[in-house]
Each structure stands twice: as structure tokens, then as C-alpha cells.
Write a protein of this length. Structure first.
Length: 567
């Protein structure tokens, strides 16, 4: 079975190369036509009407075609090889030169020119209509060599500029062929899978519905219940988190019977939905309690523990997994829920559910109202409890432990309020070290957060400068790891490059009053050796001019400290 594919070549010189590459491709029924931009769109629409299954094109033409048709459109990306070939041609040209084109060309080009330090200016256009006016201005500014796609090349030539067409090579075309086959196979399998799942749902699933972010019911199925009991249930996709957890709530049907509703947030093709599963509850007062749980099935949590303090904490946890009551103490912001998830995963080896519940909500819950698969309960927001309710909470925890659940309670810096309760024989106390006690973990924590923000927020920074890391290491972090994460989030949103520089970190710490006034203005002036010496002198001053302590804080030996001060 072959895939009927139209290749819309934006320039004539590309045809021979496409046909040569096509001879080595047996899975595509390949047809080639020449058409740039709107002409290419017209060809694509005609091909769609004739039953073609996929279209391949390049750059701005591919972008316009993708907006006009409903079949897969594969873009022949400008590869690094293509760009290097053009830049090699242009590198020795002694006059002013620029690359002009859509972002699909300029973004890749800028990455290469920045890395190789090639002096070529970059101009990105949004539509072909901008090209002529831009090139006229560049000509007036003394530019003589212009590189770009077909429109750029033709316009430059017409204006008397030297133009170089950025052409796609064999590797880019073969890559497009491969992507076409992959996408087409995936679409065929997806269509079959959708039909298969619909039939399976009709046989196996009970009462549920799928709700869009706007509260619209997009799919529903009812078996045990006669209709959807959702008139007063908040259905909008407003669940917190990223879709890795569930929320359990309760409602009533038309007859006043209690129903358990499990709401799960999912994301499909960038759109958010909530799957609402309904089941009858018997013999429970959960409906009156109006409680809610956030329930997750966590993967092994990443706990960074290069430091001796954090490693000792984890070793103690693993030695005490036979216990079912853990008290977490330490500074606020010390990742207590991450540690609770660590306890859950290692105690139950990934089996069973993990529930995070507010202390005030827990008071209204009875063990039999919870899903039988819940193995660990993390109780948070203890500050919301008055002193009189703490005895009641402690008694409630005993009920859950009798049902075989493990309880994790983060009292953190509130030990005095809990009295002798937390020192019972059946209770294991785990002290979470402050970030100031685990400076060896700082670099890995920063790296982990940079990766997290890069993946979740699309930020560009992937590395931190050593001077910036030194500034972070010198701060006390009263808000502990959560404060570090918040500062780094602000930093990566401000930083447009790939590296977090010391000046930006200095600015953010200065807002907190975290940098000595005498250092803020001139910390980064002078040579690297001079900057390093100033930092060492400041640390030495803070340590009461005790060279042993200063060397230990800076993670160098005393002889190195002495040499750098004398240098």
C-alpha cells in the first residue's frame, strides 16, 4: 500500500533532486509540481480534492498550504547542512550581507551564526508582502548580499542585489519522506484505534462524560444511571496541576442519592478536557462533608541528594518504610510533599494511590468513604486548624492508619504546637535539611528547575553561569527550595538567551536585599580574576576572617584560597 503524495516544489531547481530522491522511495506514490506560496496553495487544494493523502512543501509555502487543507502537510525543513552550505558560500564575501526569510529559515540560521560567530544580520518576515520594502531599505543601508527563500532571492535579484537561494539538500528531502510515512501511518492507525475504542467503551465503560474547558459535554455514556447528574456540578476544566492527578467530589442524583464523581484532567492536542466518572456511594455521609482529595499515581519522584544532609534523610526514610506514620519537620518550603511522594513510592513500589488532602477536609472524612486503593495520605495546610482541632485530627489519623493507610504529616517548624504527639513510639520523625545545609545540591537543583521550565514554559535558558551560581550559593534562602524555584522561574522568563547570566541573578537577589550594598554595583566589573577575588574577600569577611571556614564554604582548600587572595 502506497501513500499518494504531492510534493509542491517552491522552485524549479528542486524538481530534479526530488525526483532523484523519489527513485529510492517505494512507499510513496510521489507526484511533483512547482508552485510557490499562493500558487502552491491552489495546487494543494486541487490535490486534496483528487484524493491525495499527504502534501510535502517548504517554508512559507508549506505554512500557507497547512492552513488551507485538511490532510497532512509536511514541511521540508532547512537543515543544518543546507544552512552551512549557504553560510560557507557567503562567509568570505567582504560586503554587508543578511539573511531574510520566514522564521523557519531565520531561527535555524541565527542559531548557527551565533554558535560559529559568523557576522551575518538576520531579518524575519511574517508575509511575502514585506519582502520588497525590507530589501529596498537594506539596499539603502549598504547591504549587497541577500540570502533567503524563493521570494527573497527573486526580489533581491530584481533590485540589483546579489541573491543566494537557500536550497534544500538530499538529507532534508529524505527526512521529509520519512516524516510523511510516519505521519500517514500514524493517522491510519489513529482512525482505526478511535473506532476500536468507541466500541470497547460501549461494552466496558459505565457512567461517564467528557467535558471541554468551556463546560461543554463532548462525549457521554450512561448505563447504571438514567441520565447525567451534572446540573449543579462544576464541570469546567479548572482542576489544578498538569493532568497527573485526579479529584474526587460528590454530588446527588435527581432522587437525592449520593454519587461519587472522579474528575480527571486530560489534554488532547493542546485542548483541556475533564473526564467525569460517576458511581453510587452507599452508607456514607460524604455528600454532607463536601470534601475533596487530589489523588495521584506518581512516578518515582526526583529527589536531589548529592549533599550529605539530604542523603542521610533519604537513607533514614528507606530504613523506616515499615512504619505507617511519618512526621516531616524542617523549614517551610523544604519540598515536604516531594518527600511524601518519595515515601509513598518506595514503600509501595509504585502500587496504590497517593492522596494529598487539606487538614480541614480530612476532619470530615471517614476511611470507608475513600477509594480502597489509596495507600498514602499527605495532610497539608495545618495552619488552617485551630488548636482545638488538632486533637480531633490526630484521632482521625489513627482511623486511617487502622485501615492500612500510611499518613505523612508536615508539621515543619510548628513542633511546639503538637506537643508530645509527634514523639510517640509509632511515629517516625524525618527532618528535612534546609537548603543552606545542602549547598552541594544547589547546582543540580538549578539544573533540574531550568529543565522543568524549559519543558513546561518553553523558556530558552538551559545553563547558568558559574558566577551566577556563586551568587545563589551566597544567599541564605529563608524560603528554602520553593523560594529558589520561584526566583529561577522569574529569571528564565526574563532571560532571552541560553545562559542565565550573573547580572540578572544579581538584580533579582538585590530586590530581596540579599546582596551587600557595597558589592551590588561593582560585583561584575573588572576581570574574572578580580571578580573572583572580591567574592572570596566578602566570604572571608562574613566568616570572621577564618580562612578554614571560608575555604570550606567556597569548596576550595586553604592553599588555593591564599593563592587567589595574593594573586
Amino acid at each position: 500500500m502506497t501513500i499518494k503524495t504531492l510534493f509542491v516544489a517552491p522552485y524549479e531547481a528542486m524538481v530534479n533532486l526530488i525526483e532523484e530522491c523519489g527513485k529510492e522511495e517505494s512507499e510513496l506514490d510521489l507526484h511533483v509540481q512547482v508552485g510557490n506560496l499562493q500558487h502552491g496553495v491552489a495546487l494543494a487544494k486541487q490535490a486534496e480534492a483528487q484524493g491525495f493523502e499527504a502534501i510535502i512543501s517548504r517554508g512559507g509555502t508549506a505554512k500557507l498550504i497547512a492552513e488551507a487543507v485538511d490532510i497532512p502537510v509536511i514541511d521540508v525543513h532547512v537543515s543544518g547542512y543546507d544552512m552551512l552550505r549557504v553560510l560557507t558560500l557567503a562567509n568570505d564575501f567582504p560586503r554587508k550581507k543578511a539573511i531574510v526569510g520566514f522564521s523557519s529559515i531565520t531561527q535555524g540560521a541565527k542559531a548557527i551564526t551565533d554558535l560559529l560567530d559568523i557576522p551575518i544580520d538576520m531579518y524575519t518576515i511574517e508575509s511575502e508582502d514585506e519582502t520588497e520594502e525590507l530589501l529596498k531599505r537594506l539596499k539603502q543601508e549598504g547591504y549587497q548580499l541577500i540570502m533567503g527563500d524563493v521570494v527573497t532571492f527573486e526580489t533581491a535579484s530584481r533590485l540589483g542585489l546579489l541573491g543566494i537561494l537557500i536550497q534544500s539538500g538530499r538529507e532534508a528531502i529524505f527526512s521529509a519522506f520519512k516524516e510523511t510515512k510516519t505521519v500517514s501511518r500514524w493517522m491510519l492507525k489513529s482512525r482505526l484505534e478511535i473506532e476500536r475504542l468507541k466500541k470497547i467503551l460501549r461494552v466496558t465503560a459505565s457512567d461517564f462524560m467528557v467535558v471541554s474547558e468551556q463546560g461543554e459535554v463532548v462525549y457521554e455514556q450512561w448505563k447504571e444511571l438514567e441520565t447525567g447528574p451534572w446540573a449543579e456540578l462544576p464541570l469546567e476544566a479548572d482542576l489544578p496541576g498538569t493532568g497527573s492527578g485526579r479529584e474526587m467530589t460528590h454530588t446527588t442524583d435527581a432522587d437525592g442519592n449520593t454519587l461519587k464523581v472522579t474528575r480527571t484532567r486530560i489534554t488532547v492536542a493542546g485542548s483541556v478536557f475533564v473526564v467525569c466518572e460517576f458511581a453510587r456511594l452507599h452508607g456514607t455521609r460524604a455528600a454532607e462533608a463536601h470534601e475533596s482529595l487530589k489523588i495521584g499515581l506518581p512516578a518515582p519522584p526526583l529527589v536531589i541528594h548529592q549533599s550529605e544532609a539530604m542523603n542521610a534523610c533519604l537513607v533514614l526514610i528507606r530504613r523506616c518504610l515499615s512504619y505507617n506514620h511519618f512526621i516531616l519537620t524542617g523549614p517551610a518550603g523544604a519540598e515536604s510533599e516531594l518527600i511524601a511522594r518519595y515515601i509513598h513510592f518506595h514503600k509501595f513500589q509504585g502500587n496504590g494511590l497517593y492522596a494529598s488532602v487539606k487538614a480541614s477536609d480530612l476532619l470530615g472524612l471517614e476511611p470507608e468513604t475513600l477509594d480502597g486503593d489509596i495507600k498514602t495520605i499527605y495532610v497539608h495546610t495545618l495552619l488552617s486548624l485551630g488548636s482545638g482541632k488538632k486533637d480531633k485530627l490526630w484521632g482521625q489519623l489513627e482511623l486511617f492508619k487502622r485501615q492500612g493507610m500510611t499518613v505523612v504529616l508536615p508539621v515543619m517548624e510548628e513542633e511546639a504546637e503538637w506537643g508530645n504527639r509527634i514523639y510517640g513510639d509509632g511515629v517516625i520523625r524525618i527532618h528535612l535539611p534546609a537548603l543552606a545545609q545542602r549547598k552541594e545540591d544547589l547546582k543540580e537543583l538549578v539544573t533540574a528547575f531550568l529543565l522543568h521550565f524549559n519543558q513546561t514554559l518553553g523558556t530558552s535558558a538551559v545553563r547558568i553561569h558559574e558566577q551566577a551560581l556563586s551568587l545563589l550559593a551566597g544567599y541564605a534562602w529563608p524560603g528554602d527550595v520553593e523560594e529558589l524555584k520561584a526566583l529561577l522561574q522569574e529569571a528564565v522568563l526574563m532571560e532571552k538567551g541560553y545562559v542565565l547570566e550573573a547580572r540578572l541573578i544579581e538584580e533579582l537577589l538585590a530586590r530581596k536585599g540579599a546582596l551587600p550594598a557595597g558589592l551590588r554595583s561593582d560585583l561584575l566589573t573588572g576581570s574574572l580574576e578580580h571578580i573572583e577575588k572580591k567574592i572570596i574577600e566578602k566570604v572571608l569577611e562574613e566568616e570572621g576572617f577564618n580562612q578554614t571556614k571560608a575555604a570550606k564554604r567556597l569548596d576550595i582548600n586553604r592553599s588555593t584560597l591564599w593563592r587567589k587572595l595574593k594573586g
